[in-house]
Structures are given as structure tokens and as C-alpha cells.
Design a protein around this ligand. Structure first.
Ligand code: ZN
Length: 99
């Protein structure tokens, strides 16, 4: 768990961890299209975040007690960005081929 501070309702304590999107969509994309499945999985990873358990406010502040390495989050976003660009090129390629 991670302790958070909510600027909305002044809650302090353990945060709630959420991920956007759904596992069902992820699975369908993986089975049918593979590559979009990968993109979707990475997108979901990049949307994982802590929210306030009281009011579901998203922009909560972390109360850092230990020295945690916060690089992975940034790395995932960079990787997601790169894969997003590759995905765009892939879609453009598909459109080009089907013309
Ligand atoms: Zn709150």
C-alpha cells in the first residue's frame, strides 16, 4: 500500500489503486489482433494510479516515507509513447495496403 494525501477531501492514509480499461477488452485484442493487444496492455499499465478511497479523486499526493525509485512509471510512459507512434505507423501502413 501507499499512503496518499487527498487535496479534495483532506483524506490522509492508504490510497486505492486503479487501472483504466478492462481485462476483457485486453484479452479480445490479444486474441484477435495481437499487436493492438500489446499496445492496450501498455496503455493500461500507464494508466495505473492511486486514487482517494473516500472520494475517488485522482490527483492525490503521495506521502513518501521511504526512498522509492520512481523511474519505472516514467519509463512506462516513454515506452507507451514510442509504441503509440509505432502503432500509428502500423495503422497508416494497414490503410495504405488496403487501398
Ligand atoms: Zn478524497
Amino acid at each position: 500500500m501507499m499512503e496518499i494525501q487527498c487535496p479534495n477531501c483532506k483524506y490522509e492514509g492508504n490510497g486505492k489503486y486503479i487501472t483504466k480499461g478492462s481485462v476483457a477488452v485486453e484479452l479480445v485484442l490479444w486474441v484477435l489482433f495481437l499487436f493492438p493487444g500489446l499496445v492496450y496492455s501498455i496503455w493500461r499499465l500507464s494508466t495505473k494510479k492511486w486514487v482517494c478511497p473516500e472520494c475517488d479523486f485522482e490527483n492525490v499526493r503521495e506521502i513518501k516515507k521511504t526512498k522509492e525509485v520512481c523511474m519505472p512509471g516514467i519509463l512506462i510512459k516513454i515506452i507507451a509513447g514510442i509504441i503509440g507512434i509505432i502503432f500509428l505507423l502500423y495503422i497508416l501502413g494497414l490503410i495504405g495496403f488496403t487501398k
